[in-house]
Write a protein that binds this ligand. Structure first.
Ligand SMILES: Cc1cc2nc3c(=O)[nH]c(=O)nc-3n(C[C@H](O)[C@H](O)[C@H](O)COP(=O)(O)OP(=O)(O)OC[C@H]3O[C@@H](n4cnc5c(N)ncnc54)[C@H](O)[C@@H]3O)c2cc1C
Length: 292
């Protein structure tokens, strides 16, 4: 694998700094992709040698397992962002904050909400990330993917079904390569003022000083998961190193030593308590990764 051009490989790699919960986890191989031909060659190698693989974005929406006996693929090097009038094309490994900044710097509006998402474009498309009543599919035109036969395909927005924090892309073994958005003419100063205001509100209401993966559960219709969890008396509830945040009840934070089991057990407990007390079945927003 080391000979594949456009890829750098680390053996027995720690994933602790590659997931925002900062859970201790290891992978047999970590492949950092610099070029698209490199990614295709890597996937051919993986197929030939029948290895497992997992595409990792910024690890900000997942609860990783302890050990992955395969290749973790990071698309860090595929992070180009191109602007053509009011169209922006962004590669999968780019961070959402960079995409939002690029759009504002070009006096375009529609992606300001994305500045606070600590994830990549790829992870955000797959899960239909959003905030402030906006979501990534709002201004999306099309995406490029690598399908299971290693063919590059373009999918129009109309070809994809999507809903709140869910897309049909999650059901297939495909890799998002890039996405194109159509934005409206905007005003940089106005966009920056909006973003500043929202950032201050987030800092005031969310535990951004502790490792987490953002909201644990989706908001149920006409309600807030955080309100229900707080009303169930679970703020500050702890299992091992995982704790329901005292600042925002829909966040679980790593107090320092949380394992993936601590987090999963706390999620189960919160789910059961809210169901018992309010008869609401909270749906998980984060992805539990089971590599066994
Ligand atoms: C403090 C904090 C605040 C947050 N606030 C929000 C918020 O306001 N709104 C919101 O929606 N989310 C929020 N999140 C959650 C998270 O940032 C988003 O869900 C983000 O879009 C996940 O992107 P990622 O790159 O980290 O994906 P990861 O967590 O790395 O991966 C998620 C899934 O996507 C898959 N994936 C990643 N890249 C690709 C690709 N190129 N092709 C195919 N599959 C891929 C992975 O295999 C995995 O299944 C927050 C998280 C944190 C820590």
């Amino acid at each position: 694998m080391n000979e594949i051009k456009g890829i750098s490989i680390t053996r027995d790699a720690s994933l602790k700094n590659l997931n925002t919960y900062k859970i201790e986890s290891k992978a047999k191989y970590l492949a950092r992709v610099q070029t698209l031909p490199g990614l295709v060659d890597l996937l051919k190698y993986i197929k030939t040698h029948q290895l497992n693989y997992f595409i990792l974005g910024a690890g900000s929406n997942i609860i990783v397992d302890v050990y992955f006996d395969g290749v973790i693929i990071k698309l860090d090097g595929l992070n180009n962002i191109k602007v053509d009038k009011n169209l922006i094309t962004c590669e999968a490994g780019a961070m959402m904050g960079s995409l939002a900044c690029t759009s504002m710097n070009n006096n375009l509006t529609g992606l300001e909400w994305a500045i606070n998402i600590p994830g990549t474009l790829g992870g955000s498309i797959i899960g239909n990330a959003g905030a402030y009543n906006k979501e990534i599919f709002d201004s999306l035109i099309s995406i490029k993917i690598l399908d299971e036969n290693l063919k590059i395909k373009e999918l129009k927005k109309e070809d994809i079904s999507y809903s709140y924090r869910h897309t049909s892309l999650q059901d297939k073994p495909l890799i998002i390569l890039e996405a194109t958005f159509q934005l409206e003419p905007g005003n940089k100063e106005e966009s920056l003022a909006l973003v500043k205001d929202r950032q201050e509100r987030r800092r005031a209401t969310q535990p951004l000083d502790m490792p987490s993966a953002g909201s644990v559960f989706r908001n149920p219709p006409h309600d807030h998961a955080g309100r229900l969890i707080e009303a169930a008396g679970l703020k500050g509830k702890q299992i091992g190193g995982a704790m329901v945040s005292k600042k925002h009840a829909n966040f679980i934070v790593n107090t320092g030593t949380a394992t993936s089991n601590d987090i999963k057990n706390l999620i189960k407990l919160v789910h059961a308590q809210v169901k018992e007390q309010f008869n609401v079945d909270l749906v998980l927003e984060q992805n539990i990764i089971d590599w066994k």
